[in-house]
Ligand binder design. Structure first.
Ligand SMILES: [Zn+2]
Length: 94
């Protein structure tokens, strides 16, 4: 019997040392990242859809600055039309 080894696929070792292929995992949802340009250093700081007025912190220069919030209804709309991400991974999804 010929055994095929595909070393680059993700493998886990179980307690009995048998190898088992992991089935690729589908996303359970998605979030929208917005890029806010830091007024101090110009870095586009990625932030997870701030829906209320708040302060953001630059991950490069560590300084804080106030953020214009995004509309929560717009975020909900995007999640609805993509069925919480399902439509993004399935080309046949309608
Ligand atoms: Zn900065």
């Amino acid at each position: 019997m010929i055994r095929f080894e595909i070393p680059y696929l993700p493998l886990i070792k179980e307690k009995n040392m048998q190898r088992k292929f992991l089935t690729p995992v589908k996303p359970a949802g998605f979030e929208i990242i917005f890029l806010y340009p830091c007024p101090f250093c110009g870095r586009n700081v990625p932030l997870l859809a701030p829906t209320e007025p708040s302060m953001g912190q630059c991950d490069v220069c560590q300084k804080q600055f106030p953020l214009v919030p995004v509309d929560e209804k717009t975020i909900m709309f995007m999640k609805t039309i993509l069925d919480n991400g399902r439509a993004a991974i399935d080309p046949d999804y309608l």
